[in-house]
Design a protein around this ligand. Structure first.
Ligand SMILES: [Zn+2]
Length: 242
């Protein structure tokens, strides 16, 4: 009789172990499949077209950029090094050389001291004419330098198409690809979230400070996910309906 009970226990134990092995086997396969599809998705590059508008001005030195096509291409190479971790590639669709528009309006806004930043900000996009705009993609307007302590701005306001304005010279007089990469981050819906100096989206002029040796600015996983979601739409992020 005890022998029969023992046999029965052995049988139950064997069946239980077989079920366990089958269960874990399928779980492992499922995990590998999910991981593989996620990895495939994450490593797929998203290419975003950018039309570059280089402004010139005979009246206002700050609006007169002299970047050459080679310098523009080097600038975007550096930007793409930063965005590589998100598998986002900014592609120069074309380079336009344009005369700045509304110079007088801009000059008046710069001269106004009271309430200056909001006034200047609202006038700033008008220096870049939108008649040769890339509708299904990104537009970056390049000026020489800002009259205030800034290196770039993402314009996301009512009545004006989304636009990145980038100054070829930072307040320290340097060309800073990190600043352009940061503004493009805003155009993908990324806010100033991180406090860490090595993160791309840290605000308050962080990217204009002296560079730490060859360190490439970082993006967090959640920033990468958010940016890729917007990039998938193929158009810049808009907070407000136009
Ligand atoms: Zn910013």
């Amino acid at each position: 009789m005890p022998e029969l009970i023992n046999k029965r226990y052995i049988y139950y134990a064997q069946t239980f172990f077989k079920k366990c092995i089958i269960f874990f086997g399928f779980s492992c396969l499922g995990f590998i499949a999910i991981h593989y599809s996620f990895a495939q998705n994450a490593t797929k590059n998203i290419y975003l077209p950018v039309r570059v508008h280089i402004l010139s001005s005979t009246k206002i030195a700050n609006l007169d950029s002299n970047l050459t096509d080679i310098q523009i291409s080097q600038l975007f190479q550096a930007v793409n090094k930063i965005w590589k971790r998100a598998h986002i590639v900014w592609e120069i669709e074309s380079i336009m050389r344009r005369a700045a528009t509304n110079e007088r309006k801009y000059l008046n806004a710069v001269r106004i001291k009271s309430n200056k930043s909001s006034k200047k900000r609202s006038v700033l996009p008008s220096v870049c004419a939108t008649d040769q705009w890339l509708d299904h993609g990104w537009n970056v307007c390049i000026i020489k330098r800002f009259s205030k302590n800034a290196g770039g701005i993402y314009i996301n306001r009512r009545g004006f198409p989304p636009l990145v304005i980038f100054a070829e010279r930072s307040p320290r007089g340097e060309l800073r690809p990190e600043v352009l990469a940061h503004e493009l981050g805003h155009s993908l819906g990324l806010p100033h979230a991180s406090k860490y100096p090595d993160n791309l989206m840290t605000g308050k002029g962080n990217n204009m400070r002296p560079r730490t040796k060859n360190k490439i600015k970082k993006l967090t996983f959640s920033e990468i996910n958010r940016a890729r979601k917007q990039a998938d739409f193929g158009r810049p992020y808009r907070k407000i309906a136009n």
